[in-house]
Write a new protein. Structure first.
Length: 255
């Protein structure tokens, strides 16, 4: 009961801070504002970035770029919160590195490192593609996991764009290790230079363990040139048992 009470208080404080940020953001959103350069999948073509399963800086990253951000996701059924601060940077042109520390409530759950490369742009800079490799170490189960993904982004017109990821996950490298298929797709509609609506669908196919998914409508608000707030509420089925409601937000700052 104490943990549930603490979670409710923590969530109320979180929502209060988020509401304050939204009011500031709303006051600064304008079609004439500076084009935000933080929450992107690619700058050329201009494609927003998904909130939950994000990229390591945009595709086409330049050496020396640096970003810090934090994702928080609150399970509205169980009251548990997953959150993760991370730092991302361009270590060379078209190559980026990410370090992340995922927490479960107040417990550090994993260490995560990701490397992302850009393969190039085609179609008059309306299409861009790349790859991503991610490694995880679970501190509690003492288990390693690795993802390998192909990334493809499309700019369809002035307002509509999409990003797609497909690949494999290997969970555990011992005799009990298992493979899973990953496919994530996100679609975005830019209403202005500072406000974007999106929907993100993340899928994990685990054979006999079934299909796990997250469907997350979201809003991106660039309320300063280098600062973006993403937030949304969606549904997930992570354990293959029942559908759960998730509220999530990510705050991003690019240097």
């Amino acid at each position: 009961m104490r943990m549930k009470s603490w979670n409710r208080s923590w969530l109320l404080g979180l929502l209060g801070g988020l509401l304050s940020d939204l009011l500031i953001a709303a006051g600064n959103v304008s079609g004439q504002g500076a084009e935000g350069d933080t929450a992107l999948s690619s700058e050329k073509p201009h494609i927003p970035g998904p909130m939950f399963f994000d990229l390591v800086r945009p595709l086409g990253v330049r050496q020396g770029e640096l970003e810090i951000n934090t994702l928080a996701a609150h399970n509205l059924l169980s009251g548990e919160t997953e959150w993760a601060p991370e730092i991302e940077g361009g270590i060379a042109d078209n190559l980026a590195l990410e370090l992340e520390w995922p927490f479960h409530n107040l417990s550090l759950r994993q260490y995560k490192v990701a490397l992302q490369g850009t393969l190039g742009a085609l179609g008059g800079h309306r299409f861009i593609h790349g790859w991503q490799g991610i490694g995880y170490y679970d501190r509690h189960h003492r288990r390693y996991t690795a993802d390998v993904l192909y990334l493809a982004g499309f700019r369809l017109d002035e307002h509509v764009s999409s990003l797609h990821m497909g690949g494999l996950r290997r969970e555990g490298f011992d005799a009990k290790g298992e493979f899973a298929g990953l496919f994530n797709t996100s679609w975005f509609y830019d209403t202005s230079q500072s406000l974007t609506f999106g929907i993100e669908m993340n899928n994990e196919f685990r054979g006999r363990k079934g299909w796990h998914y997250l469907l997350l409508p979201q809003i991106h608000m660039d309320f300063a040139e280098h600062t973006t707030l993403q937030w949304g509420v969606g549904v997930s089925q992570q354990r293959g048992q029942h559908t759960e409601w998730v509220a999530a937000w990510r705050m991003i700052y690019a240097f």
